[in-house]
Structures are given as C-alpha cells and as structure tokens.
Design a protein around this ligand. Structure first.
Ligand SMILES: Cc1cc2nc3c(=O)[nH]c(=O)nc-3n(C[C@H](O)[C@H](O)[C@H](O)COP(=O)(O)OP(=O)(O)OC[C@H]3O[C@@H](n4cnc5c(N)ncnc54)[C@H](O)[C@@H]3O)c2cc1C
Ligand code: FES
Length: 275
C-alpha cells in the first residue's frame, strides 16, 4: 500500500471548461487543471471533488487519458456536495484531489475479446475505459459494450454511443427496463443482453453498475463459463479521505479507496459484503 503524498491531501484548483445537463439527474463537467497540467489517470480511477463551503465527494473520471489533459466528470445530484456542483457554471473553480484508486488492468485485455457491461450511472466510469479501448483498438480482438438503463431518458451520452456504433470495430447492445412506445430498442433487464452474445471463456469482462446488478450479471457470465479471474468489477463504497486514512471504505481488510474500486472478481467474491 503506497503512502499518501502531500498532493493527495491538498486539492488542485480546477476550472470548469464545460458544464451541461445530460439527464434530469446528471450533469457533465469538463475540467481543466492549473497550467494545462495532466491528471495522469487510468480508466477506473476516481478523484475527490470539492466545492468550498459544501464539502467533497468521490467521483469517477469519465474521460480517457488518451483524450487530452482535461478530465470529464458525470455527476448525479444526490446531496449537499453534488447539489453544489450542479449549481456551478463554466469558469467556476472546483477542488480536485487525485487520481485515486486502482484501474482496469488493460494489459490483461490485450489480444482478447473484451466485454464491457455498464448499468445506469456505471456508464460514467465505463466511458473512460470505452474511449481508451477505442483509442487503442488494434490491441484487442472483438469488443462489445452492453449498456442498460431504467428508461431511455436515463441513457447517458446517447450521441456518443451512436458514434461508437457508426464507427465500427465495436458492437453496442443497449436495453431499457421500461420503454415508451417511441423506444424501438430491446426492453428488459441488462441480464437479457448477455445470453445472445457469443462469449468465449477467455473473454475479459468489466462490469460497472448498481450493487443489485452484479449478482445477476455474474450469474449469466457463469452460464457462459467465464472464469471469475477474467471478470473485473468496480465497487462503490462510502469514502471520505480517499487515501487509506479514515477507514470508511473498508471491505474486511481491503481499503476500497486504495486497493479498489476496481477488483478482479476472484479476489473479492469471498469477502463479506463485497458484492
Ligand atoms: C469510487 C466512487 C466513485 C463515484 N463516482 C461517481 C460518479 O462518477 N458520479 C456520481 O454522481 N457519483 C459517484 N459516486 C457517488 C458519490 O460519491 C456520492 O453520491 C456522493 O457521496 C454524494 O455526495 P453528496 O454530498 O452530494 O451527497 P450525500 O449527502 O453524501 O449523500 C446523498 C445520498 O447518497 C447516499 N450515498 C452517499 N455516498 C454513497 C455511496 N458511495 N454509495 C451509495 N450511496 C451513497 C447517502 O446515503 C445519501 O442517501 C462515486 C462514489 C465512489 C465511492
Ligand atoms: S476513504 Fe478513507 S480509508 Fe478509504
């Protein structure tokens, strides 16, 4: 476990370059760091975002490091900090600490079929990984994205998803739990996307979504005989410090902020309360 460094505790002052509404609950932010500094993050990591007078919250990085020095965040309005963040506009300042946590082990994806499964707000961190895979596409075999939301209005980044479909080299499957008559795509839980897929047992899978989703998605992957050592999951835990000091994020002996949020399933499935 690496010792926290001074810059892990002191926020950098970032500037909001773009702020726009994505859905009724989520807002998108592009943030530049001082002097165009790079965050030097990896897909799956998070930052601690602060607003003076409101506090700080852990937020996943939604953009790939291959897309430039800025960082992009997708923030759902939940409580004090995220409500304050939603009130900010272009040019306003935000505190950024990080990047923190583990990332997806891209080295393991190389030369393999890759299946990326996102549920709901899980598309926020998954977008970073998808952009990274698109930008290094030659390194992998078949790449499939499976994305499920409650309803079409909750789909994050619909135009970008359309561009992924158009550009080729990536298969995208989407579903909604409940669709209005105008929705022409599949209706059903995200688990319904998995049985029709041709998944080889050596496929590398990444899953990010609400806690309730994991058990059922993993059940479908078991039917495809994907070993748990090939399945990466990103776990959300209550976090405060982000640097292994406060103990808010522990799962038994694991510190989710340091050793997570991304784990291989076979490393954590035996831990009480992990999934
Ligand atoms: C590693 C990590 C990455 C995250 N990435 C994102 C992201 O990309 N976008 C985003 O919108 N949110 C993300 N979150 C969740 C976000 O940090 C919380 O919603 C945040 O605490 C809200 O702060 P708040 O002050 O606005 O609300 P609070 O007042 O702290 O909480 C509002 C409500 O949310 C609940 N809550 C708070 N934290 C969590 C949590 N971790 N899990 C479940 N419920 C919680 C509280 O119990 C309360 O009911 C992430 C959390 C973690 C740990
Ligand atoms: S958030 Fe403080 S120890 Fe992990």
């Amino acid at each position: 476990m690496a010792a926290p460094e001074r810059q892990d505790f002191i926020p950098m002052l970032g500037s909001i370059q773009e702020a726009r509404r994505l859905t009724s609950l989520e807002k998108f932010f592009r943030i530049g760091l001082p002097d165009g500094r790079e965050l030097d993050h990896r897909p799956g990591q998070f930052v601690q975002v602060s607003v003076i007078g409101a506090g700080e919250a852990p937020i996943s990085i939604s953009s790939s490091p291959t897309r430039g020095p800025h960082l992009e965040l997708t923030i759902r309005k939940m409580g004090k900090v995220t409500t304050a963040l939603h009130g900010l506009k272009e040019g306003d300042a935000v505190g950024i600490r990080g990047p923190f946590g583990s990332s997806f082990d891209i080295g393991r994806f190389k030369g393999k079929n890759v299946l990326l499964i996102a549920g709901g707000l899980g598309m926020a961190p998954m977008r970073s990984l998808i952009q990274y895979v698109i930008d290094t596409r030659d390194l992998y075999r078949e790449v499939t994205v499976a994305y499920g939301t409650k309803c079409p209005e909750e789909i994050l980044f619909p135009e970008e998803i359309e561009s992924w479909k158009q550009r080729g080299g990536l298969t995208v499957r989407e579903t909604v739990d409940v669709g209005p008559p105008s929705w022409t795509g599949p209706v059903g839980l995200i688990t319904t996307l998995i049985p029709p897929l041709d998944i080889r047992p050596d496929t590398i899978v990444a899953i990010i979504g609400p806690p309730v989703m994991y058990k059922f998605v993993i059940g479908e992957l078991d039917r495809k005989k994907v070993p748990h050592g090939n399945i990466a999951v990103s776990l959300e835990r209550y976090m405060k410090c982000g640097v292994g000091k406060c103990g808010h994020c522990t799962i038994e002996h694991l510190y989710c902020c340091l050793e997570g949020p991304v784990f291989w399933l076979n490393e954590i499935e035996h831990l009480k309360g992990a999934l």
